[in-house]
Write a protein that binds this ligand. Structure first.
Ligand SMILES: Nc1nc2c(c(=O)[nH]1)N[C@H]1C(S)=C(S)[C@@H](COP(=O)(O)OP(=O)(O)OC[C@H]3O[C@@H](n4cnc5c(=O)[nH]c(N)nc54)[C@H](O)[C@@H]3O)O[C@H]1N2
Ligand SMILES: Nc1nc2c(c(=O)[nH]1)N[C@H]1C(S)=C(S)[C@@H](COP(=O)(O)OP(=O)(O)OC[C@H]3O[C@@H](n4cnc5c(=O)[nH]c(N)nc54)[C@H](O)[C@@H]3O)O[C@H]1N2
Ligand code: SF4
Ligand SMILES: [Mo]
Length: 714
């Protein structure tokens, strides 16, 4: 077969690199990047460059599968049969148990077209808001933080701000591992501008922290206290931008009152920071310096996640470092299209165009756009991710449709999730691989075409919308996600799903955003074929908007940005004599989440072959753990097995445990057996960065699936 070539957006991280992909004889053979094309300008990281090895033909789900009863094995069926069965079962569950007994759990890795159709099907036609996605575990604190401060979600900044920034504050983000191409640009700026400085706020001396001019090893959860101390010092120094504060913000007095009422000794204690560390931090913030802050899961995945976000935004507002070239609080999105999912409104409280289900006029607008009866959209948010799986475990959700995510590994306190998957009467799993940990529970398996096999649209961390294209055919009967949703909608007898191309879906979606903060109605497919565009982009002649709020006006009722005076709070779970260590979970450079794709790539597996836990030498000694031996992290809900790495990169009292290896690697290696499902009270995002544990020496596991998976792949 002929050589094929196409441009596609990387399916991994929110940097959103645009890649040139080649296939031969319907197999991916090469990935390159064009130096002239934004946002990566020729750069890639090893995960992107090795994508052509991630395909694993033998692991692919190539045909629909189903079983009518839980004791029977899955059997291969036709699309016709699986669609009829799925539609009839969903209709039956709705009829018998009501619309809220049906739920959807999706992903920031779905393209915008599929995410939009899921939202339309569930909120518009199935008349339930019981839909949420893995973005709840990832971005919901950032969404809430932006909305509280600026009146709208979405970052004000763009990647090109890096080349004009002086001070980089990187809080709770390990960019060298998780946003590598973007961090290359930060490093280049640091190398070429003498006065540029990098500050990393992370309890761990991560690889990113090793590049920092100043590393602040904050106590886990202590970020708000740290930022209050920094703001206090800036106030003392008179370093605030009074003109900006007066003209463009509100709520500053309340913040000043809070700062003066806090006991500095308590703030130092909560943050673990010394006076000289705060002094050094304030030193790189004052003066005529552009401040660009990047933050990710160390900020969001916390029971104080929204407060951490707003505290960092407060710092920017206080210094007037918003809406200027080279400045702004820049929330890094994790997944390639978590931003696009927010635009279509796929969380349980959202509607397309940053609208909310709780707003009557928003519901009426969307009902008009969808041409459905007034009152169709329900006015109360559905259950967010954690309560959704709890409800399944309690028998309140009978049909659960899961697409493009692997919650049997990635949910916090995963035993509850697994119990929910076990109990739900109908579990539909839509994935490109047949052997994921979640697929074990499926009654219906819907085969999805994956990256490189479909065209669709994604929005990266900087609001840049790009189109990804197909370079090979999907195996067997697999089809793109948007087609699967549309087909189920039609099989259920709904009339809003007559789409025959992704372009038709995109055209319908972009119109729903007209006049909203994330207006991308001017982005035709034809324009996107020529290159990415930043929203807002309200007309076909509009060039796109790399930077927002440059006029100092914000989409709040008064037009002003809002300070938030949030007191530092402790974490919900605390350590004690039985569980004296705080475990932080996270990622490594060579693996992507539950390894569905990176686990197939030998080069990546060799770099990160097995689960490990970073332990400070003092703690290793206290618990009798040897470097290179195996250990259990034993928590209040369960335990996780990993190989010990004794290192002073973590501070005494904390351990770091990546979550990539689920319980199919070895029955005891899922990090999420120990995590808590406590959530932030505003964003409902779970705390994945703090659980109390102790350590116990363990013997080496007899067999793991690491090598086996690679062999199956080839
Ligand atoms: N290689 C790779 N890249 C990825 C991913 C992947 O799986 N693999 N996943 C993508 C996704 S979806 C996401 S969301 C991003 C996540 O990207 P990151 O947020 O960078 O990743 P994490 O490792 O989860 O956490 C970042 C850091 O938070 C620190 N941390 C823990 N607790 C605290 C705290 O209380 N305060 C502070 N300040 N820091 C704390 C941890 O030590 C860790 O170094 O990465 C994306 N990119
Ligand atoms: N302990 C701990 N847990 C965490 C985190 C943490 O820091 N610590 N981070 C959380 C965060 S931020 C995130 S984003 C989640 C991520 O967690 P998940 O979303 O569960 O992780 P993935 O492995 O990316 O799962 C993606 C799934 O989609 C499938 N897939 C790939 N391409 C396609 C496609 O085109 N269509 C379909 N239908 N399927 C496809 C893959 O085979 C895989 O099964 O994990 C969360 N869990
Ligand atoms: S930096 Fe992110 S988007 Fe770019 S190639 Fe690597 S994983 Fe893909
Ligand atoms: Mo994420």
């Amino acid at each position: 077969m002929a050589l094929r070539q196409a441009r596609a957006t990387c399916p991994y991280c929110g940097v959103g690199c645009v890649l040139d992909v080649k296939s031969q004889d319907n197999a991916l053979v090469q990935i390159t990047a064009d130096p002239a094309v934004a946002p990566n300008f020729g750069m890639m990281c090893p995960k992107g460059a090795l994508l052509f090895k991630s395909d694993a033909p033998k692991r692919r789900l190539a045909t629909p599968m189903m079983r009518e009863n839980k004791d029977a094995p899955l059997r291969e069926v036709s699309w016709k049969e699986v669609l009829r069965y799925t539609a009839d079962r969903l209709t039956a569950v709705r009829g018998a148990r009501g619309p809220d007994a049906v739920a959807f759990y999706g992903s920031g890795q779905l393209d915008t077209e599929a995410s939009y159709l899921f939202t339309k099907l569930f909120k518009g036609y199935l008349r339930t808001n019981q839909m949420d996605t893995n973005s709840r575990l990832c971005m919901s604190s950032a969404v809430a933080g932006y909305v509280q401060a600026f009146g709208s979600d979405g970052p004000p900044t763009c990647y090109n701000d890096i080349e004009s920034a002086d001070t980089f504050v990187i809080l709770g983000a390990n960019m060298t591992a998780n946003h590598p191409v973007l961090f290359n640009r930060v490093r280049r700026r640091r190398a070429t501008r003498d006065s540029a400085r990098i500050v990393v706020i992370d309890p761990r001396r991560s690889k990113t922290a090793e590049y920092a001019d100043l590393h602040l090893p904050v106590k886990p959860g202590g970020d708000v206290a740290l930022l209050l101390l920094a703001m206090r010092r800036l106030l003392e120094q008179g370093a605030t931008d009074t003109a900006f504060i007066d003209a463009h913000t509100e709520g500053f007095d309340a913040l000043k009152d809070l700062i003066s009422s806090c006991d500095p000794v308590a703030l130092h204690e909560a943050s673990g920071m010394t006076a000289s560390q705060i002094e050094a931090f304030a030193g790189v913030l004052v003066g005529d310096r552009r401040l660009l802050s990047f933050y990710c899961m160390g900020a969001n995945q916390s029971t104080a996640g929204v407060d951490k976000n707003t505290a960092l935004i407060n710092l920017h507002l206080m210094l007037g470092e918003v809406g200027k070239i080279g400045a702004g609080p820049f929330s890094l999105t994790g997944q390639p299209n978590a931003m696009g999912g927010r635009e279509v409104g796929y969380l349980c409280h959202q509607l397309p165009g940053y609208r909310k289900v709780t707003d009557a006029s928003h519901r009426a607008e969307v009902e008009r756009l969808w041409d459905i009866a007034p009152g169709s959209i329900r006015p109360t948010p559905g259950r967010s991710a954690v309560p959704m799986f709890q409800a399944a475990a309690d028998g309140e959700i009978d049909a659960l449709w899961i697409a493009c995510t692997n919650p049997a590994v990635s949910m916090p306190n995963v035993s509850v999730t697994q119990a929910g998957l076990e109990r739900a009467g109908l579990v539909i799993v839509q994935d490109c691989f047949k052997d994921t940990e979640t697929a074990r529970y499926a009654d219906v398996l819907l085969p999805a075409a994956t990256w490189g096999e479909k065209s669709g649209t994604m929005t990266n961390s900087e609001r840049l919308v790009t189109r990804s294209r197909a370079v090979k055919d999907a195996p067997g009967k697999a089809v793109p996600d948007w087609q699967i949703v549309a087909a189920v909608g039609r099989a259920m007898g709904f009339d809003g799903f007559d789409f025959t191309s992704p372009k038709q879906v995109w055209d319908e979606f972009r119109k729903t955003t007209a006049g909203t903060p994330c207006d991308l109605s001017g982005m035709t497919n034809k324009r996107l074929e020529r290159g990415g565009l930043h929203w807002p982009c309200s007309a076909e002649s509009h060039p796109g908007t790399p930077r927002r709020y440059t006029d100092g006006r914000f989409p709040t009722p008064t037009g002003k940005a809002r300070f938030h005076a949030a007191k530092p709070r402790g974490t919900d779970e605390t350590t004690d004599a039985d569980y004296p260590l705080a475990v932080m979970t996270g990622r490594v450079a060579a693996q992507w989440h539950t390894r569905a794709r990176t686990g197939n790539v030998p080069e990546l597996n060799r770099q990160a072959p097995e689960p490990f836990i970073e332990i400070h030498p003092d703690d290793a000694k206290a618990f009798g753990i040897d470097d290179g031996g195996w250990a259990y992290a034993v928590g209040r809900r369960g335990r996780a097995l990993a190989r010990a790495r004794v290192t002073d990169k973590v501070t005494a009292g904390t351990v770091f445990l990546p979550f990539h290896w689920g319980d199919s690697f070895h029955p005891e290696t899922a990090a999420n057996f120990v995590t808590t499902d406590a959530v932030d009270p505003v964003s409902l995002q779970p705390e994945l960065k703090f659980a109390a544990v102790r350590l116990e020496p363990a013997s080496a596991p007899e067999a793991t699936s690491a090598v086996a998976l690679e062999e199956v792949a080839r």
